[in-house]
Design a protein around this ligand. Structure first.
Ligand code: ADP
Length: 180
């Protein structure tokens, strides 16, 4: 068996606009070309379905992550490579899902707040600055950076291709250890 048959959760965490969705979609494409079974759990889509109705208090954010973690665990134990893309601002709950899933790679998608705000992909920073949106991560809500992520992508300094290559290399490295 090689690493492509090992179930694994790749957990992309970072500020809004840091590049989680962009990198995870590019990683998905690459993994499919390699013949892997892949599933994406993207925060924005999950919040319209699995966790519809939850808000942005710490309690609701933690519940959102717990439910995503639950599904990621089911898929991971069935040899799927799961790509989770969610801000997931709190270290404690990220550690909780890491413990539960086991085969877990934390990918810190890191760009300075100023860069994310300048990109403002969805126009949300503008709204948060104007006070139209409350509890926006990085503006008036906390983000706790990972302490020991398996991968860090500095999307303000490296290209998308470089970030994708780093993620796949770490997946192959850790997956191969589990496969042997
Ligand atoms: P998130 O999912 O973290 O909210 P998105 O992926 O939706 O972020 O948006 C990130 C934006 O940053 C996209 O417009 C993307 O094209 C841009 N970007 C610029 N450089 C990079 C990079 N190196 N990696 C990923 N995204 C990048």
């Amino acid at each position: 068996m090689d690493w492509r048959q090992i179930g694994m959760t790749l957990w992309f965490t970072g500020l809004s606009g840091a590049g989680k969705t962009t990198i995870s979609q590019a990683v998905e494409k690459e993994l499919r070309l390699k013949g892997c079974k892949v599933e994406i759990l993207d925060g924005d889509i999950v919040r319209q379905n699995l966790t519809k109705g939850l808000g942005f208090s710490r309690e609701d954010r933690d519940e959102n992550i717990r439910r995503i973690g639950f599904v990621a665990n089911l898929l991971t134990r069935n040899q799927v490579i799961v790509l989770v893309s969610a801000i997931s601002p709190y270290q404690e709950i990220r550690n909780e899902v890491r413990q539960r899933i086991g085969n877990f790679i934390e990918v810190y998608v890191n760009a300075p707040l100023e860069v994310c705000e300048q990109r403002d992909v969805k126009g949300l920073y503008k709204k948060a600055r104007a006070g139209v949106i409350k509890n926006f991560t990085g503006i008036d809500d906390p983000y706790e950076p990972p302490i020991n992520p398996e991968v860090e992508c500095r999307t303000d300094k490296e290209s998308l291709e470089q970030s994708v290559a780093k993620v796949i290399a770490q997946l192959a490295h850790l997956g191969s250890k589990l496969a042997s």
